[in-house]
Design a protein around this ligand. Structure first.
Ligand SMILES: C[S@@+](CC[C@H](N)C(=O)[O-])C[C@H]1O[C@@H](n2cnc3c(N)ncnc32)[C@H](O)[C@@H]1O
Length: 221
């Protein structure tokens, strides 16, 4: 469970910022309520992070978005609501069980036709998009699936995103464990390595936000 995501975070200043900025539709609120009762509820994206992503999509005029790691569909729903009528969210996950929870909410919000769900390991789907000639065709990617896969998803997304597009990584603070030297778990080690790599990666400009569970924004040059 991430203590940093606003739905778990009791820090009075975090509570205050969320009270004074979070804008969710009724459907989004109800999807979050359902998801927070799920046994894997800790995977739900922080709503303040999804809102920032949506705002960034709108200011860059995004039309095609990659949502890598869907769970119950909150990130896909938020992205689809932010995109114009002809926008596309390509939602990548391995679990029909999780993503089926979100589908009725996508329908109810009137955005289901914008969301294209790909059930397969994300690395395979991203590679297929590259092979199909979709290099540079996407505007924004939100990477929020298995942490050991992040670096591969990054390299694929760097090809698929256009210059001026954005790749956003969730959980890059990993509940603070990235600075805990005793934590040598595969997920933590992978995130630490990625954070170190992004710092000096000249293919992007970067902002690493202490926001939610850590949100790293990569602006493709
Ligand atoms: C943290 S959750 C995503 C949360 C979602 N973005 C949100 O905002 O609520 C991570 C998701 O990644 C999926 N996942 C895990 N390994 C994967 C893989 N190799 N390829 C695609 N999806 C994967 C899981 O099934 C899970 O639904």
């Amino acid at each position: 469970m991430s203590i940093f995501k606003s739905y778990n975070n009791k820090d009075p200043l975090v509570v205050y910022t969320v009270q004074h900025s979070l804008r969710q539709t009724d459907v989004q609120k109800r999807l979050d309520e359902v998801t927070l009762k799920h046994k894997r509820s800790a995977m739900l994206g922080a709503p303040e992070v999804l809102q920032l992503n949506a705002n960034l999509m709108q200011v860059i005029g995004a039309k095609k978005v990659l949502d890598v790691g869907v769970f119950t569909g909150a990130s896909s729903l938020s992205a689809a609501l932010a995109l114009p009528a002809d926008g596309e969210v390509h939602a990548l996950d391995i679990s029909e069980e999780y993503t089926n929870i979100g589908k009725p909410f996508w329908e109810e919000a009137g955005v289901a036709k914008k969301i294209h769900l790909h059930i397969a390991p994300a690395g395979e789907t991203l590679q297929r998009f590259i092979n199909e000639g979709q290099v540079g065709a996407f505007d924004f990617a939100f990477i929020d699936a298995d942490k050991v896969g992040y670096d591969n998803y990054y390299e694929c997304c760097l090809k698929l995103i256009r210059p001026g597009g954005i790749i956003a990584f969730d959980n890059t603070l990993w509940d603070g464990n990235v600075i805990n030297p005793e934590d040598q778990s595969a997920d933590t080690v992978a995130l630490r390595k990625l954070n170190a790599k992004l710092k000096d990666d000249q293919r992007i400009n970067i902002s690493f936000l202490n926001f939610g569970d850590g949100l790293t924004l990569c602006f493709k040059k």
